[in-house]
Design a protein around this ligand. Structure first.
Ligand SMILES: [Zn+2]
Length: 271
């Protein structure tokens, strides 16, 4: 009996750390910025399956959001509307520029009437940027993943529901960039994307979510009005820092309970 009680308590403790069901729900007036990368099935033995959300799962998520009264915005719209946003507003962000964003994500965005912000790396081909974060992430998995061609990016923009944002020139690790190189990554990517696609680029995504405090003002200097991080959470538009916006991580390794917890509280586990 005692052993069973102990085992039960242990299981409850473990579940409560893994799934922070006890965390209070974040205010419905605080927008959820959902962070996606690839929309594809997980691959056996792959390192980055957390970045792959299956088409079936994202469809279930978008259907649930629609059926429960959530309204979709681009990141720039969220920042511009700020305190006048309706309850239950959210943004979909797609980082890096994977080809499946066109083939798998766009049809679902259109089916469920959703907008998205595509954070594109300008020089995204034949580049193994995962080693910039951790040297041993040198398997080339993300480098081999097909990327959107410029023509495919244009097709996404032509759909009318996608905002273009910058994810830097090279997906550099900004922790290692001096201020001159930082300015260059920020300004060049904005200028090139605007010239190439003929749209304003007003928002930026920090590569790997890594940067130093003194780099934040350079984003504004380069002409952006917002930037997203990979820090998890949701915030009040009255108090958020537009150049350091938190996001809700949507992981390909999550089950449905985890998605619902992340949406409700901004994160899954206790940390
Ligand atoms: Zn990225």
């Amino acid at each position: 009996m005692t052993a069973a009680v102990l085992a039960g308590a242990f299981a409850l403790g473990w579940l409560s750390v893994r799934y922070a069901w006890w965390r209070p729900a974040a205010d419905a007036g605080w927008p959820r910025l959902l962070m996606y990368h690839m929309v594809s099935a997980p691959r056996a033995g792959a390192r980055f399956n957390g970045l792959r959300v299956s088409p079936a799962m994202i469809e279930r998520q978008l259907r649930w959001l629609r059926d429960n009264g959530w309204q979709s915005f681009t990141v720039s719209e969220l920042v511009e509307c700020g305190n006048s946003l309706p309850q239950k507003s959210f943004a979909i962000t797609l980082d890096d520029g994977y080809a499946d964003n066109l083939h798998a994500a766009l049809p679902l965005l259109q089916k469920y009437g959703c907008k998205a912000t595509l954070y594109l790396v300008v020089e995204r081909f034949d580049r193994d940027w995962s080693v910039q974060r951790k040297a041993h992430h040198d398997g080339g998995e993300l480098m081999r993943e097909p990327k959107l061609s410029d023509a495919q990016v244009q097709m996404m923009l032509d759909a009318g529901c996608v905002e273009l944002g910058s994810h830097s020139m090279t997906h550099a690790n900004f922790l290692y960039l001096d201020l001159a190189a930082t300015r260059q990554e920020l300004a060049d990517s904005k200028r090139i994307l605007e010239a190439r696609f003929g749209v304003p680029v007003k928002t930026f995504a920090w590569p790997f979510g890594l940067y130093r405090p003194e780099q934040v003002r350079l984003v504004e200097e380069a002409g952006y009005s917002s930037a997203v991080t990979v820090r998890e959470g949701v915030e009040s538009p009255g108090f958020w820092q537009p150049l350091e916006l938190k996001r809700v991580k949507i992981s390909g390794k999550d089950n449905w309970l985890a998605f619902r917890l992340r949406l409700r509280t901004g994160r899954k586990g206790w940390r």
